[in-house]
Write a protein that binds this ligand. Structure first.
Ligand SMILES: [Zn+2]
Length: 394
């Protein structure tokens, strides 16, 4: 009998396999002190399935047992001005629209608490952040000023045992896509809200429409077991007992946000029309293979002509690119502006991570960048370093 891979949102067994990325590093943001260690980083297969019922995309081969890690983990987006501006505008908007003044705010997966502090400062709110990886030392080292009267942190997973924690507003950003059973997780959140009908929940996840329609093939990483569409995100919340107030595409279409509150009993499940999404999915496999093949040719040409090649950006997209293609003998270094990554090595492919100031000594001929939005900024930085390398957008 052919095995079935039920949808991780709606549970329907009729899902369609449409893409395979074999043996990708399971962690893009774990830093490796040696190239040999980096090349032995744990790997797993990505098998993307699409659910025509709710419009969800997920990795049917995801194995949560591979996700345990004890290496240094660095995924701070703190160093991107654009991301910081986005977070500030988002917090102001939420405070204004939901009247968050003097309220109790819970953040699930609060990291080091930057966003929670922002929400609490803007509206004189009280915040509790739940995150098992919370490290007060890292907050102090980064100059963060946790205000103990306003915000506190619980180094634990949020769950039913915290149902008594006051919560007028529950925030959860970039967590749901990492959770093997998102439907179960949302039921747990709904259970913790209990009878408090006025509580608002706000979640943010990457938007699979952006990945599919902008050929964002490097956005697909093992750490994300779920790829939500607006359809599947709304379906997941309705199924868990929430009334969906709003779903929006944000951050230039790269993210989805959802706002919801407890639903009255008998709230009906949506029946999304997923035919457009099915068409996007159907052509994505071909686009993926075309793009990989084109880059294979570029890299072959660079290798044959003896060019010095580097990649700019050692985040998830860069790690995905470096491991999808055989880059080890062609791409010498990965540049990253995050000083905590300096001197470490990229998971899987093993390139050393260097700061921009390393480049004048190396004089690259080609610089591969992962996001067209940064082409001008990176071009200016290269010019300021006295370099005239050709920039290619991956
Ligand atoms: Zn589904």
């Amino acid at each position: 009998m052919t095995p079935t891979y039920p949808c991780t949102v709606c549970g329907r067994p009729e899902t369609v396999h449409f893409m395979t990325m074999p043996q990708m590093p399971v962690h893009c943001n774990v830093l490796w002190p040696t190239p040999a260690g980096a090349r032995q980083a744990p790997r797993g297969d990505i098998q993307l399935h699409f659910c025509p019922t709710c419009g969800h995309v997920f990795n049917a081969d995801f194995d949560p047992a591979l996700m345990a890690y004890d290496q240094a983990y660095e995924n701070s987006l703190h160093f991107s001005d654009r991301f910081q501006q986005y977070a500030t505008a988002l917090a102001s908007d939420l405070v204004a629209r939901y009247g968050l003044q003097g309220k109790d705010i819970v953040e699930i997966g609060s990291g080091q608490g930057d966003f929670l502090q922002l929400l609490c400062e803007l509206g004189q709110n009280r915040g509790v952040g739940f995150d098992p990886s919370y490290d007060p030392g890292a907050v102090r080292a980064s100059g963060g000023q946790a205000d103990p009267g306003r915000v506190r942190f619980v180094p634990d997973f949020y769950g039913a045992k915290y149902a008594g924690q006051p919560a007028d507003f529950i925030v959860c950003r970039h967590v749901l896509e990492h959770i093997e059973d998102p439907a179960g997780f949302l039921r747990l959140v709904r259970g913790a809200v209990g009878p408090r009908e006025a509580t608002i929940v706000f979640f943010e996840v990457p938007n699979v429409l952006f990945t599919l329609r902008q050929q964002g093939i490097w956005d697909i990483i093992y750490e994300h077991c779920s790829y939500f569409s607006p359809h599947s995100l709304a379906y997941a919340f309705a199924q868990a007992g929430f009334e969906v107030l709003r779903v929006a595409e944000t951050f230039g279409g790269q993210f989805l946000t959802i706002e919801a509150r407890p639903a009255p009993a008998g709230n009906p499940l949506p029946t999304p029309n997923t035919s457009d999404l099915a068409a996007d999915v159907a052509q994505f496999g071909r686009l993926y293979h075309d793009k990989v093949q084109t880059w294979q040719q570029h890299l072959d040409e660079m290798a044959q002509s003896g060019r010095r090649v580097i990649i700019w950006g050692a985040g998830s997209k860069g790690v995905s690119f470096l491991n999808t293609l055989p880059t080890q003998d062609v791409v010498a270094y990965a540049v990253d502006i995050n000083p905590r990554k300096e001197g470490m090595h990229v998971a899987g492919s093993g390139q050393q991570i260097v700061p921009p100031t390393f480049l004048p000594g190396y004089r690259p001929d080609n610089v591969i960048i992962m996001n067209a939005n940064y082409i001008d900024e990176i071009g200016q930085q290269l010019a300021a370093l006295g370099l005239s390398a050709a920039i290619l957008v991956a």
